[in-house]
Design a protein around this ligand. Structure first.
Ligand SMILES: Cc1ncc(COP(=O)(O)O)c(C=O)c1O
Length: 386
């Protein structure tokens, strides 16, 4: 078992928080992350809570406050810029529906993005707003040069991009896209579900307008958790496309809810549709604490080390590595397998190696709970099956 990585002791972490992982090699966080023990226990605790009279409202709603604070810490943002959501799609749909776009406006999206970051924009076609899918480079990556060039077109009002691409792990140069959108005046909307939890993101350094994520992948959290970040100065300008009952001033006092104060909340809570799942956000808080303890930079370094056995195999057997390396890379490593994909994916599963088959490649996405033995096992099972 691998020992310590920085201050991250993978063996201890596995023993304490991921005790089931001894029996299999789970390399599929880009699909769904494993739940830590502390989060599983929390779900059970909240299940038990629901069999008794509930604690006072301040106790239950403190879960959401904590969730906003932890999400903000992960982004180096402020808790009042965080709205809790149930998935990435919710946040991206809110963004698409509430940006002040008019007929003739253009939304830029890289081709081959995950549909969650395409459909909400294409949905605007009935308002005369067009979505332009910008072709990939010859390597299959988002063409950042072309995205930046297209921003010069004054009709382009939005650039919507995944920080990390789901099918190959390509990490866009967010600082560059931020600078280009700041210069052109276009809104920058980021789908961060394939990035948050596996690499550092600092929104105090790099300005984006909105950022959406779900918790179920790299954030190791229950399904049905997520959040939307909206940059502070935009909140008062951007009115939600729907009205939550707790989205207004004065609604914290449940003894006089029918005053119907018309003033929207001044923070990102205006975008929430309460009631949200308390039990799932309680567990989300535990998972985020674990990730913050481990540290996103340390996790990113750990994942690069875990790729080595698969990269060695690819080099030895002449397999195409379909993920970028270096600064455009991430914790996702893809190996092109073409027609043999289903057979090889099946053989890995039989060997208890869990990964995904995406767009002609085997996608390996290790996380904080993986040791080098996992990717060694994946590499030898893949070699046997070739
Ligand atoms: C880039 C990207 N966005 C969004 C999603 C999922 O969206 P949601 O959280 O709405 O299910 C995925 C993965 O399934 C994804 O890879």
């Amino acid at each position: 078992m691998t020992g310590t990585i920085g201050l991250l002791d993978v063996a201890a972490l596995r023993a304490e928080e991921f005790p089931t992982t001894a029996g299999f090699s789970y390399l599929d966080a880009a699909s769904t992350g494993l739940l830590p023990e502390r989060s599983r226990r929390r779900l059970e605790e909240w299940g038990r809570l629901r069999q008794h009279p509930l604690p006072p409202k301040d106790h239950t709603f403190a879960v959401f406050e904590r969730a906003r604070a932890l999400a903000a810490r992960l982004l180096n943002a402020s808790p009042d810029e965080i709205a809790l959501t149930t998935n990435t799609s919710y946040g991206l749909n809110v963004a698409a529906q509430m940006l002040p776009l008019v007929p003739g406006d253009l939304v830029l999206v890289s081709d081959k993005e995950f549909p969650a970051n395409v459909r909400p924009w294409q949905r605007l076609a009935d308002r005369g707003i067009e979505t332009e899918l910008v072709p990939l480079t010859a390597d299959g990556w988002p063409d950042e040069e072309r995205l930046v060039t297209r921003l010069a077109d004054p009709r382009v009002r939005v650039l919507a991009v995944s920080l990390v691409q789901f099918a190959n792990g390509y990490r866009v140069d967010l600082a560059r896209l931020s600078a280009a959108t700041r210069a052109s005046g276009a809104w920058l909307v980021v789908d961060a579900i394939q990035a948050l939890g596996q690499l550092p993101v600092d929104l105090a350094e790099v300005e984006v307008d909105m950022l959406a994520t779900g918790g179920q992948k790299w954030l190791l959290s229950p399904w049905g958790t997520g959040f939307l970040y909206v940059r502070r100065p935009l909140i008062e300008r951007l009115v939600p496309p729907f009205a939550g009952w707790l989205s207004f001033e004065g609604t914290d006092d449940f003894s006089r809810l029918t005053d119907y104060d018309p003033a929207w909340r001044l923070d990102a809570k205006r975008y929430e549709l309460i009631t949200l799942p308390f039990q799932d956000f309680a567990a989300f808080n535990d998972s985020l604490e674990l990730l913050l303890e481990a540290g996103p930079s340390r996790i990113a370094g750990h994942l690069q080390g875990l790729h080595e056995p698969l990269l060695d195999l690819a080099a030895r057997r002449g397999l195409a590595v379909t993920s970028p390396r270096g600064p455009s890379g991430s914790g996702i490593l893809c190996i092109g397998v073409g027609e043999a994909g289903r057979k090889l994916h099946g053989a890995l599963r039989v060997a208890d190696v869990h990964c995904s088959l995406r767009e002609g490649s085997l996608r390996f996405s290790p996380h904080v709970y993986n040791a080098i033995e996992d990717t060694e096992r994946a590499a030898s099972a893949l070699e046997r099956a070739l």
